[in-house]
Write a protein that binds this ligand. Structure first.
Ligand code: NAI
Length: 348
């Protein structure tokens, strides 16, 4: 009997697929592709054409209509990660290919990271560290004032998107005595009573009352550029904005203008619209050059919110489990296009 072929695109493991083969055993054939020229090199058609299952390990590789057309025999696409905005879900659904993501490997890490960004800004951690590293004389009570530093108790922590990570962040914020509110138009009525957090009917309502805004919605057509100039204008003056979701949800020019005008007090960004960053962007230039007006008001991390050695291992084993479950039982773990597939007559 021929073995099913699994194509692993740009894996996160550096050496052997030990975790994956631990799940699959020897009953599969692996095709492992790594880009050799540039990070976002197109995936070779021959790799896509040979696969029964395509596992995409990086969001920088687009699974667009062309790539899907090349998948002559694929029965499953697995995103080794949460975000799937780089996959043409419509085209996969039309081709009858289920797409599964791996939503549950780093929920705690991303929520921790969002809170860490907020606490870093509101406790002045990196700024104090950097000041005393440069001038030991900064070890002085007269040098402690920093605009984003303020008492947390009673400050409103506004969550955009109360899904897995948003809820985990909200629970953490509550433990710090934040007053938690959320905006999520897709949660059923009454969710607010189940979770015990205040629900806002509109984004404007949330923005107008939040001292901290933490973004946790997926990036979609609807949410691309959601955090734009209008959102900044709707903010409570001096609010802290944190994005650990996807860079394209925030308009970096709007964040720049908001920080310069003071409408945004501080920002913590783990994700940017262009990654790796466009260092010529005026905000990133000011940040890199440590311009005085931005001191203590911007913290950037390199799309690292998901990362711990433990979460990376979970990501690989859970994605491998999706493939295993499909190949052995024909069932789908965490499908993201089941409704659209069923509308096209798909049965599993
Ligand atoms: P999820 O699907 O569990 O939750 C997303 C929530 O957002 C849902 O409740 C949904 O109803 C809500 N939502 C959708 N559209 C919305 C809108 N227009 N306004 C407000 N809410 C809206 O997703 P999960 O797992 O919590 O992931 C959240 C985000 O975190 C995603 O953007 C994902 O890409 C990102 N992420 C970032 C990582 C990082 O390393 N920085 C790692 C993992 C995920």
């Amino acid at each position: 009997m021929t073995k099913p072929v699994i194509a692993i695109l740009d894996p996160v493991f550096q050496h052997e697929p030990d975790i994956e083969t631990g799940v699959w055993g020897t009953g599969v054939e692996l095709v492992i592709w790594r880009p050799t020229l540039q990070r976002d090199e197109p995936i070779p058609t021959s790799v896509l054409a040979s696969a029964d299952v395509v596992m995409n390990c990086r969001s920088r590789h687009k699974i667009d209509a062309g790539a899907i057309a090349a998948m002559a025999r694929a029965k499953l696409v697995v995103q080794v990660g949460v975000g799937f905005n780089h996959i043409d879900i419509e085209a996969c659904s039309r081709a009858g290919i289920p797409v599964c993501n791996t939503p549950d490997y780093g929920t705690r890490e991303v929520a921790d990271h969002a809170i860490a960004l907020v606490l870093n800004l509101m406790r002045g951690i990196s700024t104090y560290d950097s000041r005393i590293k440069q001038h030991i004389a900064a070890w002085s009570t007269s040098d402690l004032a920093l605009p984003p530093v303020r008492r947390i108790k009673g400050q409103v922590f506004g969550v955009i998107g109360l899904g897995r990570i948003g809820l985990a962040a909200a629970n953490r914020a509550k433990a710090f005595e934040f007053d938690v509110a959320f905006y999520d138009p897709y949660l059923p009525a009454g969710t607010e009573f189940a979770v015990g957090f205040r629900r806002c009917k509109t984004l404007q309502e949330l923005l107008g009352q939040s001292d901290v805004v933490s973004i946790h919605c997926p990036m979609s057509e609807e949410t691309t550029g959601l955090f734009n100039d209008a959102a900044v204008a709707a903010l409570k003056t001096g609010a802290v904005v944190v994005n650990t979701a996807r860079g394209g949800i925030t308009d970096l020019d709007a964040i720049d203008r908001g920080l310069r005008s003071g409408q945004i007090g501080a920002a913590g960004l783990d994700v940017l619209p262009i990654e790796p960053p466009d260092v010529h962007h005026p905000l990133l230039k000011a940040w890199r050059e440590r311009e005085a007006w931005l001191e203590g008001r911007l913290v950037i991390t390199p799309h690292a919110a998901f990362y711990t050695p433990e979460s990376l291992a979970d990501m690989r084993s859970l994605a491998a489990l999706s493939v295993h479950q499909f190949l052995t039982e024909g069932t789908l773990r965490a499908p993201v296009n089941l409704d659209r597939l069923r509308a096209n007559g798909f049965r599993n």
